[in-house]
Design a protein around this ligand. Structure first.
Ligand code: ADP
Ligand code: MG
Length: 322
């Protein structure tokens, strides 16, 4: 119902950046190879996401806006074996409940569908062109939750959060061509040619990304790929550690600690490296269903992973003369 959607919105759609994250994750789950994100005034005026993914069949479009309606898992068991970025079926109903939302979607066969919702209420349904994929336009964000609107920071800060989100998504999906435009200015554009080094260079600059040290190691339960920037280009914030498990950006204290231990003597105290760590593991060993943002995870065998990461980093730097 309308109230529980608004309550869920409090957790899932904290700010424009969280909306962008959810919409791009949906586009990725739909198999898109090209994703355009366009914001005006940090998303407070409008957020537009266009993908070339599967689209939603005409008969299922309304269902996508029902709470806990997800096409991605079917049974309880699936909840502990997640292969997609989404699974909670909360994002669309939550976002719709605090904005005006237009969705145009088509599977590429037959006419597509356009839906318009205001505060989660359907106000228009019409046929739309057949170009395969999905387009979402969100305006009047938080118009009916004034406290949330007030809590948002300056346009500059909010745009920065969205930039961070786009950077993380681009780094974990080098085979997808991303374009991010803010106030008609292009902020990020990736080629989608699959080369993560190019994406890292685009985000952090060529000079930071030169001489990227990389490794690929595995243990019984984990495979880890790392792309490490030279220790001299260290930063004063942890935010430059990007850790992914099965393609999902996550935050985990133990993993961050293991990365720091890997760099250990190479870094002055209080400095953090720029590093991208991609972990692949059996989805049944990870619990993603900890928080609505899906960014916190619980891991079995955390220690095995920590040792693998720190020793791989040490080895990678020992083998490379910087
Ligand atoms: P979840 O991603 O957790 O399943 P969402 O509320 O984000 O839940 O989306 C609801 C459903 O709408 C998805 O399960 C999917 O079937 C459909 N959907 C949403 N966005 C897209 C998209 N860009 N392309 C194709 N299908 C989509
Ligand atoms: Mg989703």
């Amino acid at each position: 119902d309308a109230l529980s959607n608004k309550i869920a919105a409090g957790e899932v759609v904290e700010r424009p950046a969280s909306i962008v994250k959810e919409l791009v994750e949906n586009a990725l789950d739909a198999g898109s190879t090209s994703i355009l994100v366009e914001l005006t005034e940090a998303g407070l005026t409008s957020i537009r996401v266009v993908d070339n993914g599967s689209g939603i069949p005409a008969d299922d479009v309304e269902t996508a806006f029902l709470r806990h309606a997800t096409s991605k898992i079917q049974t309880d068991r699936d909840l502990f074996n997640i292969h997609t970025l989404g699974f909670r079926g909360e994002a669309l109903p939550s976002i719709a409940s605090v904005s005006y939302l237009t969705m145009k979607t088509s599977t590429g066969t037959g006419a597509g569908v356009e839906l318009q919702l205001e505060g989660g209420k359907l106000v228009k349904r019409a046929a739309s062109p057949t170009r395969k994929g999905t387009e979402l336009i969100i305006t009047n964000l938080f118009y009916n939750t004034p406290a949330r609107l007030k809590y948002l920071k300056t346009s500059h800060t909010e745009a920065g959060h969205t930039s961070d989100v786009m950077n993380r998504l681009a780094m974990s999906n080098p085979s997808v061509a991303f374009e991010y435009i803010h106030n008609e200015k292009q902020v990020l554009k990736t080629s989608g040619n699959g080369d993560i080094r190019q994406v890292i260079a685009q985000i952090y600059g060529r000079s930071v990304a030169t001489k990227l040290v990389s490794f690929e190691e595995s243990s019984l339960d984990y495979q880890v790929k790392g792309f490490l920037c030279r220790p001299e280009v260290n930063r004063s914030s942890r935010q430059y550690l990007s850790v992914y498990i099965n393609g999902r950006y996550i935050r985990n204290y133990a993993i961050a600690g293991a990365i720091m231990q890997g760099y250990h003597t190479l870094l002055p105290i209080g400095r953090f490296p720029i590093a991208v760590i991609q972990i692949e593991m059996n989805p049944t060993l990870i619990d993603v269903n900890v928080h609505p943002s899906k960014m916190e995870v619980r891991l079995s065998k955390e220690q095995e992973l920590g040792v693998l990461i720190s020793s791989s980093i040490k080895k990678a730097f020992q083998q490379t003369r910087l």
